[in-house]
Ligand binder design. Structure first.
Ligand code: P6P
Length: 333
């Protein structure tokens, strides 16, 4: 099969759909290069002095791993000088990161979780990078946090990298979902899957079942019915997976179907779950919908949510459309 590079794919998509101006193509290529560097750092493991805690906490109050900090620095440095961005925001930083005055500014806003699944780093389980791209509001001069407060439907691109047995980059710019595999010898992203589609039905669900006693009734009902298997109302047996790396769970679902759930629960009724809207739920929801799946917070389409805070959390139900629709319907009864 002829090898299509990330750059050739983006140029051909631009010809087909006219949605990837050269500045956006540059942005995506720069993020792709940064993910290659992160993959290299992650791959060193104990040989690279990159494991363990950084001895600091992030804005979420989570202990930062060395690789969290390294990955964040890689993405900041890669994107500062290109002239394609107005500002960036990261899970690892309290507020937005403006482009230094010595560099030209562009019309895009980039948000990212530089290394998602950090609890898996030290035990060699797949982790990844998630990113989301918005356009800066017309007439914006000095970017503020408020300029990032746009619903997920305004994203112009979203993607994730998985640092696993292979390193892959999954990307959408609004015309389908495509996957690139890193050719480590050439240091090149090679197109390996075009137009990925999520099966509308599934026999596999992903949730952290240790929280079961805290779940609200709709989630408890939905999971209990799957656990009842072929003897219950669902009439079929289900399987469970939970990798505790959203990128890895979503990548599995993109490739063979499934439903991923991180619901709100009774532990903190006012906290709508653990995952963040701007740089985890929104990019994944854009990708999942572009692959024919669905993504809600139990009641609303995630992409329709009007953000109010940069690091706001949201409950997440995403994946095979018929399953997401069913569990969402239980929340409405
Ligand atoms: P728990 C990783 O920390 C993360 O943000 C997601 O990648 C993952 O799906 C979830 O949290 C795992 O959470 O509570 O099972 O450790």
């Amino acid at each position: 099969m002829k090898r299509i590079s990330l750059t050739q794919h983006l140029i051909e998509q631009q010809r087909l759909h006219n949605k990837i101006p050269s500045e956006l193509r540059l942005l995506i290529e720069v993020v792709g290069r940064a993910c290659k560097s992160i993959s290299h750092a992650v791959g060193k493991g104990a040989l690279g002095e990159v494991l363990g805690s950084a001895g600091s906490e992030n804005v979420q109050g989570e202990v930062q791993k060395k690789l969290d900090v390294i990955s964040n620095e890689i993405l900041l440095e890669a994107n500062e000088w290109g002239g394609h961005l107005a500002a960036m925001a990261s899970e690892e930083m309290e507020t937005i990161h403006r482009i230094p005055n010595r560099y030209p500014k562009g019309e895009y806003l980039l948000m990212f979780d530089p290394l998602d699944g950090s609890s898996n780093i030290d035990v060699n389980v797949s982790i990844g990078t998630i990113f989301s791209v918005l356009k800066a509001p017309e007439g914006m001069t000095e970017p503020t946090e408020q300029d990032f407060m746009q619903p997920g439907t305004r994203q112009v691109a979203a993607g994730y990298a998985v640092y696993g047995p292979q390193t892959v980059l999954v990307l959408t710019t609004g015309d389908g979902v495509h996957c690139f595999t890193l050719d480590r010898e050439m240091g090149a992203w090679v197109l390996t899957q075009k137009d990925i589609k999520i099966p509308e039905d599934t026999k596999e669900f992903a949730i952290n079942a240790s929280n079961q006693r805290h779940w609200f009734p709709p989630v408890k009902r939905y999971v209990d019915e799957m656990l009842a298997g072929s003897t219950g109302v669902r009439g079929k047996d289900f399987n469970m997976r939970w990798i505790a790396s959203m990128v890895a769970d979503v990548h599995r679902i993109l490739n063979r179907g499934g439903i991923f759930m991180y619901p709100a629960d009774a532990r903190e009724p006012n906290k709508p779950g653990k995952l963040r809207l701007m740089y985890e739920a929104n990019p994944m929801a854009f990708i999942v919908e572009q692959a024919g799946g669905a993504a809600t917070d139990g009641t609303r389409r995630i992409l329709d949510i009007q953000p109010e805070k940069l690091h706001q959390r949201v409950a997440v139900f995403l994946g095979s459309k018929n399953e997401v629709d069913l569990v969402t319907s239980y929340h409405q009864q």
